[in-house]
Design a protein around this ligand. Structure first.
Ligand code: PLP
Length: 464
């Protein structure tokens, strides 16, 4: 039988093969579900529509559907048609050399750092802000926007950032981007075009950020790290430096006061540029917030903020506050177009100006703080050999382990359906850091109802 497209309901590309129409169709559909080409809950075309599209008898399709319902790949319900089963468990045949059952593809508990609690995204308030923003927007707001982003959003952000983070923000210097990663890519392009060759990075951080800079043709060199945080003493040869000064990722310490000053001194002396990644600046628990480094010199420090922790990474909304000359070059690197959708920008504007953003941040800060306290208490009581540091801010802690145990703890978590990240994956391989066994435990991701289960699972795999 030739390739066919069924066009009713969903586009469904099938290549039934083998002897017998029913068998061939059943096999092709099963394979589409097994491989994930047909996602759980996808509604399939009616048997009549698929039969017409494939040029075969309706009964053949109905029989194939019935076989797959009986096997558990599909579900059929009056009124909602035939759908791919919600949780399609792919049976895995263990082999003699593979005595362990396969772990679930999705962990039961996710304690990797990175995402906030997505279940607490303020849906109702966001919808309300979106409705208000869209109702109030003039029609021409829906046209192609200016490359820096919506002016009302840049004005709202300027107010918020100077109030809450001590940023010296002028709307003219703000450029919107699709996440920190996009902003960094634009800055990498601009720096390289200016003739920069080397960007200093921290000994610990996300390798994806190093790769973004390297993809722009820049070399990255790691700065030493000690108990005062990142040491900027070796910045001499760099053209720029990428730092997480308020809350080092993932070590969790702020950049020491003297070092903040010396980074800015270096930039003034050499014409270097500081790229400040303020990824979780809203979440500070124990002390007065550590203000943005950019406040010390807005002509030498680029401030980058993101909605990925405070709201949700899927929004892909972030902002840069740039020295004036650089703002122009970044806009050119953007291709002279706005890259963030206008509706999200207008909604965020409404969210900021109505006070909903502050209320959301304050409410989630309280919840994350409680989680952090429960995590610290549980580890102290049940895993005294582990030591937690970096607790004053953010959505993760560093959980130090006895030497030589990091890998086995991560693996033990894996077998219990607990997703964990060791510190090793955040260590720059080119850095001269002492090997240290630790977990970077993110406490943002599990929804509230799963939090105590996640804690129990964690404590169960820690060396007692
Ligand atoms: C160190 C660090 N910087 C920045 C970000 C935010 O990146 P983006 O805005 O691209 O989601 C994260 C998010 O996890 C992060 O951990």
């Amino acid at each position: 039988m030739a390739d066919h497209w069924a066009t009713s309901g969903v586009d469904l590309h099938l290549e039934p093969t083998g002897p017998g129409l029913r068998r061939g169709l059943t096999d092709a559909l099963r394979e589409a579900v097994r491989s994930g080409r047909l996602a759980p809950c996808t509604r399939l075309p009616s048997s009549r529509a698929l039969a017409a599209d494939l040029g075969i008898a309706r009964n053949t399709v109905a029989d194939a559907y019935a076989d797959l319902v009986a096997e558990g790949w599909l579900t059929a319900r009056q009124g909602s048609g035939t759908r791919v089963a919600e949780r399609t468990v792919v049976p895995s045949a263990g082999t003699a050399s593979d005595p362990h059952p396969r772990t679930p593809t999705r962990p039961a508990y996710d304690l990797r750092p990175g995402s906030p609690d997505l279940a607490s995204f303020p849906r109702a308030q966001w919808l309300k802000a979106a409705r208000r923003a869209l109702t109030a927007a003039p029609s021409d707001a829906l046209d192609y926007g200016g490359p820096s982003g919506r002016p009302e959003l840049r004005a709202a952000l300027a107010g918020y950032l100077s109030r809450a983070r001590g940023v010296r923000a002028d709307p003219e210097r703000i450029v919107m981007c699709g996440g920190f990663a996009h902003g960094l890519k634009l800055l990498g392009t601009v720096l390289r075009a200016r003739g920069a060759r080397t960007v200093a990075v921290e000994s610990y951080g996300l390798d994806v950020h190093r790769r973004i800079l390297e993809a722009s043709g820049l070399r990255t060199t790691p700065l030493p790290f000690d108990r005062l945080g990142t040491d900027p003493g070796e910045l001499q040869d760099a053209d720029a430096v990428l730092l997480t000064p308020a809350h080092q990722f993932p070590m969790g310490v702020p950049l020491h006061r003297d070092r903040r000053a010396s980074v800015v001194d270096w930039a003034r002396r050499t014409g270097g540029l500081v790229l400040e990644d303020d990824y979780d600046g809203e979440f500070r628990y124990d002390r007065q917030p550590v203000g943005a480094l950019q406040g010390l010199d807005p002509d030498r420090v680029v401030y980058l903020g993101t909605a990925s922790k405070s709201l949700a990474p899927g929004l892909r909304l972030a902002w840069m506050v740039l020295p004036t000359d650089l703002a122009k070059e970044v806009v050119t690197a953007k291709g002279g177009v706005d890259t963030c959708g206008v509706l999200d920008q207008l909604t965020l504007t409404e969210f900021l100006t109505s006070g909903a953003y502050d209320r959301h941040v304050r409410a989630t800060r309280l919840r994350y703080r409680r989680r952090r306290d429960a995590l610290v208490a549980a580890v102290a009581a049940r895993a005294p050999e582990a030591r937690i540091t970096g607790i004053a801010a953010g959505l993760h802690v560093l959980l130090r382990l006895p030497p030589g145990t990091e890998q086995s703890v991560v693996e033990a978590g894996h077998w219990r359906g607990l997703a964990l990240h060791g510190l090793t994956r955040y260590s720059n391989p080119a850095a001269r850091t002492e090997p240290a066994d630790a977990l970077v435990v993110g406490y943002g991701t599990p929804p509230d109802h799963a939090w105590s289960g996640a804690l129990d699972a964690l404590c169960a795999v820690l060396p007692g």
